[in-house]
Design a protein around this ligand. Structure first.
Ligand code: GDP
Length: 296
């Protein structure tokens, strides 16, 4: 289960305050020390932790909290609200304005990009009545095109592919034209990932971006990789101006570092969470629900 360790530690840090009729500033301080350690251990970015703890402390030692009838509960409420804010506050939805709207999927190899492209197409059709076209633009990983075609079959949606001989920019451009001719309202372009960020990959992605003018550029990152995922998001955001992040593998036992840091570090909202390998295992990311889940 994701966040299990973090959840347990935060709950135990705050449990000491919970039923108390009186809470002192020292009690809050001591709880916050534990909260700080719990977050650091969950691999949350240290600057994020520092700011978070100081915001919570400032609010928690205020009159209206400590003088209230249920001070312990109020402190927990503050932690919940600040966790929610940390993850972006309101749910951040896709902005699909063009006709057809274009979603560019980017990310490193193995993050779950191709799988997420299929899941997202499925989600948009099921939940939003869209007619998505999947475009197979990852021509370097030998199995990626085939993988997308298999996914397309599974979710009963068409996949546009030109094999691996055309350039990804051409494929994206022709895919978009094909979508227009065939009345698709969303085009989801899968792109090539590499093991590491490099200039060739970014050049190619910029080329595609220029040609198809995406409504959304979604970075797919593996939540299991913690701070690495956040660093990857920072680099991609600098180069590509991301509109959102998809955190995959939140069904695994990820510690929480990526989910809690990525918005604060990059200012880029998490829009979806991958919760498994199946095509329906994609969920819109709800900061508030996530915070409540963590605090139990
Ligand atoms: P790509 O190289 O980024 O296109 O990655 P793939 O889409 O091929 O995914 C890599 C592996 O991660 C595959 O085995 C996927 O089934 C798996 N995967 C993707 N998303 C999730 C997820 O949310 N949860 C789990 N458990 N596995 C996932």
């Amino acid at each position: 289960m994701a966040f299990e360790g973090l959840s347990e530690r935060l709950q135990s840090a705050l449990a000491k305050l919970k039923g108390r009729g009186k809470v002192s500033e020292a009690d809050v301080k001591s709880a916050m020390r534990e909260v700080r350690l719990a977050l650091l251990e969950a691999d949350v970015n240290f600057k994020v932790v520092k700011n978070f703890v100081s915001r919570v402390s400032e609010r928690a030692v205020g009159q209206e909290v400590l003088q209230s009838l249920t001070p312990g509960q109020q402190v927990i409420k503050v932690v919940n609200e600040e966790l929610t804010k940390l993850m972006g506050g309101e749910q951040s939805r896709l902005q699909l304005n063009s006709k057809p709207a274009v979603i560019l999927m980017v990310g490193l190899q193995g993050a779950g990009k191709t799988t997420t492209a299929g899941k997202l197409a499925h989600h948009l059709r099921k939940q939003h009545n869209k007619r998505p076209l999947l475009v197979a633009g990852d021509i370097y990983r030998p199995a990626a095109i085939r993988q997308l075609e298999v996914l397309g079959k599974q979710v009963d949606l068409p996949v546009f592919s030109l094999g691996d001989k055309e350039s990804p920019v051409k494929i994206a451009e022709k895919g978009l034209a094909h979508a227009k001719e065939n009345q698709h309202d969303v085009v989801i372009v899968d792109t090539a990932g590499r093991l590491h960020i490099d200039e060739t990959m970014m050049d190619e992605l910029r080329g595609i971006k220029e040609k198809v003018q995406p409504d959304e550029i979604l970075l797919v990152v593996d939540a299991m990789t913690g701070q690495d995922a956040v660093n990857v998001a920072e680099s991609f955001n600098r180069e590509m101006d991301l509109t959102g992040v998809v955190l995959t593998k939140l069904d695994g036992d990820t510690r929480g570092g990526a989910a809690l840091s990525v918005k604060a570090v990059t200012d880029c909202p998490v829009k979806f969470a991958g919760m498994g390998e199946k095509v329906d295992a994609l969920e819109p990311f709800h900061p508030e629900r996530m915070a409540s889940r963590i605090l139990g």
